[in-house]
Ligand binder design. Structure first.
Ligand SMILES: [Zn+2]
Length: 318
């Protein structure tokens, strides 16, 4: 006869000596312990699973909200890009007007539209589950790329205008374009019978007559290369201009500039006189063109406007 071990569970009351004891077999005891342990593990796993599921659902709901917000932001960017594009179109229209006014080449609309007619750009690295969001993203990206190339081109064409206008302004300043004095044109450019020598001789400039001491103006920016008595031309000034011309002012009374002095268009350089071989108070004015190697008809230079100045690829310097 073997002694069977038993487990006792005793319940006691704290305020009395009474107690109740339960005796259970060892096998049942083991079973209860294992059952309780399994129950605890099952409840724990279940609770964890429910908590995890809940957390995932909360996160999913947040992601959905974020997704919606991102879609709205992308739509906002798309609208902003449209607004930038509209402003760019206005800037291009202004540029065309300016080009017409300044007699500059108009940019071909085909060149302007470069990049706009192609396939929409697709970012191969941006792969997402939501196809409509994917498509919206690529639309925004295509628009952005298009506006970027349009802005770059506009930047270049604006720069070109700025450079050309600046060169033209500089060439214009140094191109003879005004009357050198006020008065009556008494002799034109070309062959004539000389009033004193009485034979046909080429007159390389024009004569403008007025009262003694009428102011004489430099007809373009430049520097004085000669100022003094020249003999037959009397008191004479020669001015060199960066545009490739030399202007000559003869028979002067008083000279108010010195050799190597810089002068500006419209600056008073002398007064009208009757010095040298001359029959009265007048200015003999000549324009020498270094590129042609001859004198030019001065009256064709009067009232030249800035827009009429043609800008060469590289400004000529003489
Ligand atoms: Zn003359």
């Amino acid at each position: 006869m073997s002694l069977q071990r038993k487990w006792y569970i005793t319940f006691m009351q704290t305020d009395s000596a009474r107690s109740v004891s339960l005796s259970i077999s060892r096998k049942i005891g083991h079973f209860i312990v294992i059952f309780v342990l399994l129950l605890v593990v099952a409840l724990g796993t279940g609770t964890f699973y429910v908590w995890k599921k809940n957390a995932e659902l909360t996160q999913l709901s947040k992601l959905k909200k974020e997704n919606l917000m991102l879609r709205e932001k992308l739509e906002y960017f798309a609208n902003q890009l449209e607004a930038i594009d509209s402003k760019l179109k206005v800037m291009v229209a202004w540029e065309d007007t300016l080009r017409k006014e300044k007699k500059l080449e108009i940019i071909d609309p085909g060149v302007r539209a470069l990049g706009s007619g192609g396939e929409p750009y697709t970012d191969p690295s941006f792969l997402i589950f939501d196809t409509s969001l994917h498509s919206l993203y690529n639309t925004v990206l295509s628009k952005l790329n298009f506006i970027m190339s349009k802005t770059n081109l506009t930047y270049l064409t604006h720069n070109e205008i700025f450079d050309k206008v600046q060169s033209r302004e500089s060439i214009f300043k140094s191109t003879p374009s005004i009357m050198p004095t006020f008065g009556k044109v008494t002799d034109k450019y070309g062959y004539r019978i000389h009033p004193l020598y009485r034979h046909k001789i080429f007159h390389a400039g024009i004569d403008i007559a007025n009262d003694e001491s009428t102011p004489i103006y430099a007809t373009a920016d430049g520097y004085v290369s000669f100022a003094g008595n020249s003999g037959p031309s009397g008191f004479l000034i020669r001015i060199e201009h960066d545009s490739g011309f030399q202007t000559r002012y003869a028979h002067l009374k008083e000279i108010s500039v010195k050799v190597n002095q810089k002068v500006e268009k419209g600056q008073i350089i002398a007064t009208m006189g009757n010095t040298g071989v001359s029959t009265g108070h007048h200015l003999h004015y000549e324009i020498f063109d270094y590129r042609k190697g001859t004198t030019s008809e001065p009256s064709s230079f009067f009232d030249i406007a800035e827009q009429d100045i043609r800008v060469p690829q590289t400004a000529a310097r003489y």
